[in-house]
Design a protein around this ligand. Structure first.
Ligand SMILES: *Cc1c(COP(=O)(O)O)cnc(C)c1O
Length: 406
């Protein structure tokens, strides 16, 4: 199934080379103190992940605990609107309400195999924090989540969930007191206790092997899509797959088993915020330049002298100034099509889906839906959109938007 010894990523978009590079992006830029941890992970992750017993436990948990396979749903009324065939991959129906749990289930099993006794994680909106606290409760392992103090205020329900699940939530008070500061705190904490601690990163970002490891755990999304589509249409290959991109993990999962199927158009949708050039945006590939953020080289929103620019998106999960190295490579090589949707377009798309299909999407996922309006489809096209999460967490934002309209 996989070729662990392949030294270079020539001819495939799936695998980085042994140094963790996808084309010009990736690698592991880490402090000396973390070298042992990251090296241990790098030399062991594939052997552990593809061990039969590990795969069985991972797949059993995905089935019985997470609720997989998630449905591939033909959205008939949405399809009619766009005069094509649109399927939704229902990651919103996972336990905890989004795709993030696929990765945390995988990483907790991996941490236990490595003999770790403590988990740390960073979180912005709290979604990854909740998914991490969930699997730590499941396995009875200590969990510390770093979160910007501004985000702790803004995301009270998720902070309460994490605490109820037994996690300790530590505020990051530096910088803008948001996600990137929480990530810096988590890295610092890892340096202080590298032997017993595993750091569960929540997206396809961070030093090698994290981007590849997280992409592989999330690849269950496209693995299922292939056989589900075959059952429904007679072919495993759609014409388009679409997903929103914050760090890029749901997109990596949705794209993974289609990366080397060149007939399938990969459409990644970033958050344009108030507009790509408004100064209030998180459209990283449009605005970013090569730089190093959180342990890897990628496209990063930065000033002339390399200071990270504060991003903006209405959706906390997309409010990140970087993007995983796989996506930077898909962008630079032209393999991926990168679009962006504004806050307003995404709100509109969320209300549209609710009324057309009876599904309230997460604001993040609504960005992918908004981009449907920017595409030109043929009637015979088959489009799969990753519905990365459900909208319960965004109800306050949706309520505010409804007030404005009335
Ligand atoms: C966190 C989150 C995202 C963005 O993260 P990616 O790593 O880009 O997938 C998207 N959708 C939902 C529902 C999320 O919770």
């Amino acid at each position: 199934m996989i070729n662990i010894t392949t030294p270079l990523n020539k001819g495939t978009y799936k695998q980085p080379n042994i140094f963790g590079y996808y084309g010009n992006f990736g690698g592991a830029y880490i402090p000396e103190m973390l070298h042992r941890n990251v090296e241990e992970l790098r030399t062991r992750y594939l052997e552990i992940m593809y061990d039969d017993a590990f795969q069985k436990e991972f797949k059993d948990l995905l089935h019985d605990y997470v609720g997989r396979p998630t449905p591939l749903y033909l959205a008939k009324r949405l399809s009619k609107l766009h005069n094509t065939n649109i399927y939704l991959k229902r990651e919103d129906l996972n336990h905890t309400g989004a795709h993030k749990i696929n990765n945390t289930v995988g990483q907790i099993l991996l941490a236990l195999k490595l003999g770790k006794k403590r988990i740390i994680a960073e979180t912005g909106a709290g979604q990854h924090g909740v998914a991490t606290a969930t699997v730590c409760a499941l396995k009875g392992i200590e969990c510390v989540v770093y979160m910007g103090s501004k985000d702790i205020e803004r995301q009270a329900p998720n902070v309460a969930r994490m605490k109820m699940l037994g996690a300790k939530v530590v505020p990051a008070t530096s910088g803008s007191q948001t996600l990137k500061d929480a990530t810096n705190e988590a890295i610092r904490a890892w340096i202080n206790d590298p032997l017993d601690t595993h750091y569960i990163i929540g997206s396809v970002v961070g030093p090698h092997p994290y981007p590849d490891m997280v992409a592989r755990f999330q690849s269950i999304i496209s693995e299922e899509t292939r056989w589900q589509l075959k059952e429904k249409t007679g072919t495993e290959l759609p014409t388009h797959v679409m997903a929103c991109v914050g760090g890029g993990s749901n997109a990596a999962g949705m794209f993974y088993h289609y990366l080397d199927e060149l007939s399938v158009q990969l459409v990644a949708v970033e958050a344009a915020g108030h507009g790509v050039n408004s100064g209030m945006s998180a459209a990283t590939t449009q605005l970013g330049k090569p730089g190093i953020l959180h342990g890897s080289k990628s496209l990063v929103m930065q000033t002339e002298d390399g200071q990270v620019v504060e991003p903006h998106s209405i959706s906390a999960g997309l409010d990140y100034p970087g993007v995983g190295p796989l996506h930077a490579h898909l962008y630079e090589s032209g393999r991926g099509t990168f679009l962006s949707a504004t806050d307003d377009e995404s709100l509109k798309a969320a209300f549209e889906l609710a009324k057309l299909e009876g599904i309230i999407p997460a604001l993040e996922s609504a960005h992918a839906l908004a981009a449907l309006h920017q595409m030109k489809f043929k009637q015979s096209d088959v489009v799969v959109v990753c519905l990365s999460g459900r909208g319960d967490k965004d109800l306050a934002t949706y309520m505010k938007a409804m007030d404005i309209k009335e």
